[in-house]
Design a protein around this ligand. Sequence first.
Ligand code: 5AD
Length: 458
Amino acid sequence: MNVHDSERMHGLLLAAGLQPVGSAREADVVVVNTCSVREKAEQKLDSELGKLRRLKKQRAGRPVLVLAGCVAQQRGAAALRRMPFIDVVLGPDHLGELPALALAADGGAPAEVRTTFDLDRPAFLALTSEQAAPSAFVSISKGCDERCSFCIVPSTRGPERHRPSAEIIAEVRALVQLGAFEVVLLGQTVNGYRDPSGVLPSEPNDGTGFAMLLRGIAEQVPELRRLRYTSPHPRWYGPAVADAHRDLEVLCHHVHMPVQSGSDRVLKRMIRRYDSAEFLEIARGLRSARSDLTISTDIIVGFPGETDEDFEQTLSIMREARFFGVYAFKYSPRPGTPALRFGDDVPEEVKSERLARVFELSEALQAEHLTSLVGTNQLVLVQEQGPRGDGRLCGHTIRNEIVHLEDSKELGLRAGIVPVRITRAWKHSLEAALLGAPAATRAGGGPVRLPVVTGSDG
Ligand code: 5AD
């Protein structure tokens, strides 16, 4: 979500005539996009802001500094009182005003704070780029009506609002025309989507509206090669969503479905509104629709009151659901959340030990899965240079396994969907050799231009 917001802000600033530069030292405007889901991200932010304060002192007030996103929303005007060197505080619903406010601040206008929610006429950031990333994001809803007791998002992103289906489909089509092979639909509880324009049916209220949107995109944008979504809530996985996975070729064989805990007692205190049996039933339903579907997840360890036995149940649901990819976090108390009343009673060493055990098991499950793919042929959506900086490319399969390409220099750094043979399994990724010619490459064959992204996770 934050990566998408950063990309769109980048596009807005380009459209307003600004050019990217290499560092804050050369910049006229710096936008710090922020995440407040866990305390660590906020601590990192404060140290970044400290650096920018020193820079502004050296450069006689430059660059203009915009604090954007969830921390901006959460701190509001207090951010300016505490950090008067900030020029603009921009909550998530005001990102579209970025160019005007940044340019006004550059011209000497006083500091501005924008943190109301656009409840009556929700706006979604318009597409401004001239070229889409090979895998591009599209927001279908914003805000969140769930009340998970650990989560700060409902207060930083406001109540849930959905985007009209025609607007979503038009944006998917535009992105494909601009070179996207894959589109990732975004929402805090993405599968709770209901079309506010009523064009697509949303009844019964169990993921049917979302499934209709998936079908609408598949039918109306047949050139789209891959469709993904994140993050769903298990609560909105009615049979219509599994049916869409069975029927739609374009829909990726992967879901990221946060379980948070394997203990029913903890799930109840987290106000997740499902139990472990229901979660496993959804996983079974999805896998009976697509037998090779992979499921990744989010897990919180050390939630208040989590006992050794509760934690063992988390490890056991990891094995039973055969998660491929686990994002695990230590519980972090967040301001204004209902879980604060439980205290934070799991000692830090216990949280660390539990986190290490989750990672250990997750690596073992991942290794087993990746090894089983060695020797198979796969189609890989190539989209970026690999981490080694040797010109080799990297991409992902329809199940979201990461694949590094052995002979990728031959591709001339182009994005595309290419057939490969998996030659080796690493700890978290695969190695593969190209098989023949690319199955599809970007129209015009231009080089991959990756958007510049600032900010933290979330
Ligand atoms: N502490 C730790 N992890 C959290 N998450 C959300 N809130 C907290 C918190 N207070 C995690 C959840 C969520 C992911 C985006 O961040 O696992 O799915």
